[in-house]
Write a protein that binds this ligand. Sequence first.
Ligand code: G3D
Ligand code: MG
Length: 186
Amino acid sequence: MYKSAYILKTVLLGDAGVGKTSLVQRFVHDRFEKQYLLTVGLDVSTKVVTVNSKRVTLSLHDIGGQKRFQDIRSTFFRGAQLALLVYDLTRPKTLENIQSVWYPQLKKYAVTARGEPINTVSILVGNKADLIDYIAVSPAEAKEVAENIGVIDHIITSAKTNKNVDEAFTRLATAYLEQYFSKINK
Ligand code: G3D
Ligand code: MG
């Protein structure tokens, strides 16, 4: 196995039930099965992706929805280089909460170990695209939130049918590396 030169801390944020754990399971293990879905505390898994012929390890941090989240919140967010802000296309409230709850927390808690602010590269993910008859969020509404919070992109996924799951993660990693190299080449 090759080692990769870059390890990027990637956090998944969003309300309970939007499909964070399902997206990770699909991306890492290519499966969609209910018995794996109970997220207890914090779950970390890794996956190597190739971006512009560079191998990059994503360490994926997925939290459960339990009330004790406050206790681990600062550890969870600390040093997060990448974030997937996940909402459920069938529940508009979960998109609202990206703007009012999750994005503000990311801004507040994603700092370096020394407490300096970091610019987490984020993507807005509308999951459950397979539930076509129940979709209740319009592209315009999602676009507005995406612009308000300054994500690199908005993408529609289905962990169930494997639509755009790899794309969501690799687009994010690609954007990060492009920003990173444009900074160090200046
Ligand atoms: P979370 O980790 O954000 O809390 P989960 O969300 O991954 O646990 O998913 C919550 C529920 O949504 C699960 O169903 C899961 O099967 C379902 N789900 C996740 N992604 C998709 C998707 O893309 N399409 C559909 N149709 N369902 C999805 P249950 O029934 O266990 O609550
Ligand atoms: Mg979960």
